[in-house]
Write a protein that binds this ligand. Structure first.
Ligand code: SF4
Length: 331
């Protein structure tokens, strides 16, 4: 990744990873900040600067370590080693949460976070699953910190529990030789290539994502797909029908024989509209007044009859092409 400046909390240099990053990016300007949670210089910038702000790297110490219960593919959402991302998906849910603060933030106190994870996993009789990638994309982050390979190498030796994370990136090579021992669940997010190109700026193309899934499965990771977010652009039925047929053609038999799938319809928001209109003026407009309805707090959801119709369509296509896959949920 091509950063242009590092904004850092001075006490992050008390940690080994903080010092490593200082060394690695010594040629960039390092700007001290009071808190990674609020950087006035950035929150005061116009929306048009959003893309440029994604070039900044933020380095700090994570202070909140509260796990949040979850009931989809994991038992808990775990705040982990990063937050935000340097890619620019037009619908990114982190934009809602952090408004302009969706740039990549790295937290250097990784030993503390992994120790809590292992302690919680080992302290529970039932094997728990921990979602460690809900605040960022850990495959992308790993190219900067190697945190994911560091985590897997240690977590795989725990006697209990699983970790899982989703991604839109294909840089999995450093993970392939780690022998995860059945303790790591890798989930790749997919969309039709047309939608990736139009909305998921800076992420990996579909063919590379599929190649990464095949490699990860071969390397001993349990693998799943997120068809997410489903976006009802013009001609969506054709696009998603072709996507599912393409998955059936290109996923290895090994992947298909253990595959699970999550399907998530896009949510959008007033904040996305405001930022995207100014930061990406030539981009496709994802707001669709006819198909969407307000869900409170400036959020927009696709209307229920449209979701129902799409779910029926996607279930039919999945049954036709990937009948062996376990469809976990639509939401
Ligand atoms: S890759 Fe994920 S975290 Fe990064 S911008 Fe896209 S949706 Fe957001």
């Amino acid at each position: 990744m091509d950063f242009d400046a590092v904004y850092y909390e001075p006490d992050s240099l008390d940690y080994a990873l903080g010092r490593e990053l200082k060394q690695k990016y010594q040629d960039l300007p390092w700007v001290p900040i009071d808190s990674h949670n609020r950087i006035d210089e950035m929150t005061s910038k116009p929306n048009a600067e959003f893309g440029k702000m994604k070039k900044h790297l933020i380095v700090g110490v994570r202070k909140t370590h509260k796990y949040v219960e979850n009931h989809k593919v994991s038992d808990f959402l775990v705040p982990y080693t990063s937050s935000g991302c340097s890619a620019s998906c037009l619908y990114c849910y982190l934009v809602c949460n952090y408004n302009k603060c969706a740039y990549l933030r790295l937290f250097v106190n990784r030993e503390q976070m992994l120790a809590k994870l292992i302690k919680t996993a080992c302290g529970n009789a039932r094997p728990l699953t921990f979602e460690i990638g809900s605040n960022s994309d850990l495959i992308l982050e790993n190219t900067v910190t190697q945190n994911l390979e560091w985590t897997i190498a240690q977590f795989k030796n725990t006697q209990n529990g699983f970790i899982t994370f989703p991604t839109k990136f294909d840089m999995v090579e450093p993970l392939l030789g780690l022998e995860p021992g059945g303790r790591v669940i890798f989930r790749m997010s997919v969309n039709p290539e047309y939608i990736i190109k139009k909305t998921e700026f800076g992420t990996s193309p579909l063919d590379k994502r599929i190649a990464a899934v095949n490699k990860m499965c071969e390397a001993g990771y349990k693998t799943g797909l997120l068809i997410a977010p489903v976006i009802f652009v013009e001609g969506w039925e054709k696009l998603y029908g072709e996507l599912i047929a393409y998955l059936a053609d290109t996923l290895s038999n090994k992947v298909k024989n253990q595959l699970f799938i999550e399907c998530i319809f896009m949510t959008y928001s007033f904040v996305h509209r405001a930022i995207n209109a100014e930061a990406f003026p030539g981009a496709i407009d994802l707001y669709d007044k006819e198909k969407m309805t307000g869900g409170g707090r400036g959020k927009y959801y696709y209307r229920q009859p449209i979701r129902d119709n799409a779910e029926a369509f996607l279930r039919k296509e999945l049954a036709r092409h990937l009948g062996m896959a376990d469809i976990l949920y639509f939401c």
